[in-house]
Structures are given as C-alpha cells and as structure tokens.
Design a binder for this molecule. Sequence first.
Ligand SMILES: C[S@@+](CC[C@H](N)C(=O)[O-])C[C@H]1O[C@@H](n2cnc3c(N)ncnc32)[C@H](O)[C@@H]1O
Length: 218
Amino acid sequence: METDFWHRRWQRQEIGFHKDEVHLFLPRFFPRLCLPDGARVLVPLCGKSLDLLWLREQGYQVLGVELSQQAVEEFCQENRLQPAISKVDGFHCYQFEQLRIYCGDFFALSQQQTGPIAAVYDRGSLVALPSKMRRDYVRQLARLLNTGSQMLCISYDFDQQQRPGPPFSVPQAELSELFGDWCTLEKLHSESTLDKHQMLQAAGVQALQEEVYRLRVA
Ligand SMILES: C[S@@+](CC[C@H](N)C(=O)[O-])C[C@H]1O[C@@H](n2cnc3c(N)ncnc32)[C@H](O)[C@@H]1O
C-alpha cells in the first residue's frame, strides 16, 4: 500500500473507515490499561479520528501520526481547533494543548521524536496494511516502545477471500506471530459487527468479528 494510495483516498474522500463518533470499544476497553494521568498515548495512522479527542479528554498526552495533511487539516477544521504548527525533523507538527499530531510517515518516526510511550491505541492501523507492511509496522512499534508499554489493538477477523483489503483480516494467530516473541497478548473481546460494516457486507463479506486485544511489551 503505497503512500499515494492514501493521498488519493483522502483527495477523493473515499474514507469509509472514518467514523463520526468515538469508537464504541475505546471507552469500554481503554480503561483496562490502567494508565496514570498524563501518560503518553501514541495513535499511529490516526486519520481524523475522534478517538484522539476522547483520549485527550481523559487527561492523556496524545500523539497522533498521520500521512495526509488533508486529513489533519480536516480534523482541525471539523473540531474547531487552532493548532500551533511547526516543522520538526521532516514532520509538520500540529499542537493543541495535550494533543500533538505529526503529519508525515509513521515509518520515519524515531523514539527521540516521540519520547517515552505508555501505550499505543491502534484502530484501523494494522488492519490498513498489507502483510509485508504489517511486519514493518510491528518492527517500527518495537523500535518506539519500551518494556511495560501497552497497546490496545482493535482488529478484524473475516474471510479475506470474500473481499480484498484494506481492511485486512488480522486474526489472533497472526497477532501472536507478529507480537508473540516480544509482547504478552490478551484477547479482551470479540463481537460480530458485520451490521456496522455495510461496505464490507455489500462487497460480499458474510461474517466479521471485531476483536480487542491488550498487549504489553515484555
Ligand atoms: C484505515 S485509515 C484509519 C484511520 C484512523 N485510525 C481511524 O480509525 O479512522 C488509515 C490511515 O493511515 C494513514 N496512513 C497510511 N500510511 C501511513 C503512514 N506510512 N504514515 C502515517 N499515516 C499513514 C492513511 O492516510 C489513513 O488516514
């Protein structure tokens, strides 16, 4: 999935992945990480997700990373935010109170830029990437995280033969393969949400489980 693919999706507003509300599983499961006030939460491939605002409202320092400048600008406009914008090591940095968005390539981000990360929130990120990029994404997370860092990951399990990605099906077996040798992995929830994914349903997907995992760097 090349960067042009995502720029085109934003230009054409083909953004069926974007939700006009906070993801239901975020308030339900994020508290299970038991993070202290002010903990830094990384949201890779964040789009213009309202989940960023929910996380900030809980008192976390939120760090989103998004390739598309259009997405970041729509996020600011739609939520009436007036960020301070600066340039930091090749990224455009949008800062408003405890929320910062780095606009640029997640794979180019360094630990020096992020600082210590208490947790990652992944919704629509791992599942947005094809197989080889998922491995690169996980390697990048391993570079950015430290022992004890946690992650809440919302993934999909469906028959990829019924519809090519993105989104991609990333079932528990693959998560274990990707994270198993450096993280503990616990499935918190699994729910059939096909009725909420009408585009997938229309494309022929007959069953879909949305699954929530908690990971901790060992
Ligand atoms: C499926 S969308 C999910 C967005 C968001 N997580 C949500 O829940 O709405 C994937 C997002 O990742 C962004 N993206 C893709 N590749 C990226 C990269 N290398 N670095 C940063 N963002 C990227 C895309 O522009 C797109 O907004």
